[in-house]
Design a protein around this ligand. Sequence first.
Ligand SMILES: CCCCCCCC/C=C\CCCCCCCC(=O)N[C@@H](Cc1c[nH]c2ccccc12)C(=O)O
Ligand SMILES: [Zn+2]
Ligand SMILES: [Zn+2]
Length: 483
Amino acid sequence: TVSRPMGLRGKQQQGTSRIPSQFHKEERVAMKEALKGAIQIPTVSFSPKESNTTALAEFGEYIRKVFPTVFSTSCVQHEVVGEYSHLFTVQGLDPSLQPYMLLAHFDVVPASEEDWEVPPFSGLERDGFIYGRGTLDNKNSVMAILQALELLLIRNYIPRRSFFIALGHDEEVSGMNGAQKISALLQARGIQLAFLVDEGSFIVDGFIPSLKKPFAMISVSEKGAINLMLQVNMTPGHSSAPPKETSIGILAAAVSRLEQAPMPNMFGSGSLKTTLQHLANEFPFPTNLILSNLWLFQPLVSRMMERNYVTNAMVRTTIALTMFNAGVKVNVIPSTAQATMNIRIHPAQTVQEVLELVKNIVADDRVQFHVLSAFDSLPVSPSDDQALGYQLLHQTIRSVFPEVSVVTPGICIGNTDSRHFTNLTTGIYRFNPLYLQPQDFSSVHGINEKISVQAYETQVKFIFELIQNADTYQRPVSDLHEL
Ligand SMILES: CCCCCCCC/C=C\CCCCCCCC(=O)N[C@@H](Cc1c[nH]c2ccccc12)C(=O)O
Ligand SMILES: [Zn+2]
Ligand SMILES: [Zn+2]
């Protein structure tokens, strides 16, 4: 099924001709070298309180050097927010058009040198791939956005619709100093956005065994989260005469019960159902029939989705035990044991509902619950014919990736900086114009993260096209009748 973006008419903007997304050889070399240089700056976020601030500052200098036209064109205003994040305001010619935002982050998670085939901050090119931490998450987007704008400005393109480029410096540790402050600044200026595009989803390939063709998934929501610490306090003592139960044993039993009792499967009330319905005709017989008749086969399909970690994360709230602390000496029974878990909440559930379920599964009054932080899942952004952001992405995917026959709304299982912008827009879309296979997914926050030179060029092309498409949007005729 090739679904057409209905809301767009694809006309050229009056008086401005379209600039083809073709780049000279020298430009293509310069763009990949610029990405390599960005990877070489170790902008690591270790925790909300600890990051490589020297590298964050150096990154600011670096983008000034490699994108001189962006920094010297009068229609582009640049501000540093929260010490290291960047906000660009690109003034369009038509103030009646609501602005949009392109969002990305340049901080990265740590990478330990010894596990990698090439040093993680080398930006080395090997067999057509650029290696390094941040090549997929998310310096590729930061650099591609600025690169696309640089190339458009060099070609004397003047946007019609204003837009913002926001580049966060602390996304990996929740974005409170970068994205959150940019959002507050724009709110104070009375800005409302038509839509926003961030990282968080891809053209996914090979995640569903019998589906051979890749499809583009635009995430229209993201899961909520709870960081929860369980604690047990018992009387400490000498290990030579132990009591029947210790703080460690009680806590271990509690967390084991949580691992053994997964949260309920919410397939029936989630967006994965819609995603699979969009994909039904892409599957061979009999899966195509099964997916077209979910009223009958829902129980079967929801169980199939549980078999793989990624699709399992899309059908339920997940609990990952991430920290476990107790004891200081081998012959001392400790008084306190603590376990910290990272819970990702399915959109059909709330923080309160999940906490209730967790308490009922633990079912032990000796276990204390400390909620370290919590937020509900993000509102679902529109993906109908009238949804400007969704339709622009759809249109651009169809032109840049003509081989991709399905574009579908989905849900992001991780969290992104976009969650800080719900005050400015209801149209939040998470999409990276890149193919992602399961092995690429493992490299994000893992080892040997890499991007092909060709994929990076295509990402620049995508943004180059998207910016122009945002300027040529025409309201559907049905809308105009209502005016
Ligand atoms: C039909 C189904 C096919 C499914 C295929 C799906 C493939 C996978 C597609 C996307 C991968 C998800 C990528 C998620 C990126 C999220 C960014 C990230 O890693 N965020 C971190 C850090 C973080 C940011 N904000 C917060 C707020 C609170 C806690 C952590 C964070 C994260 O989520 O941990
Ligand atoms: Zn990221
Ligand atoms: Zn990340």
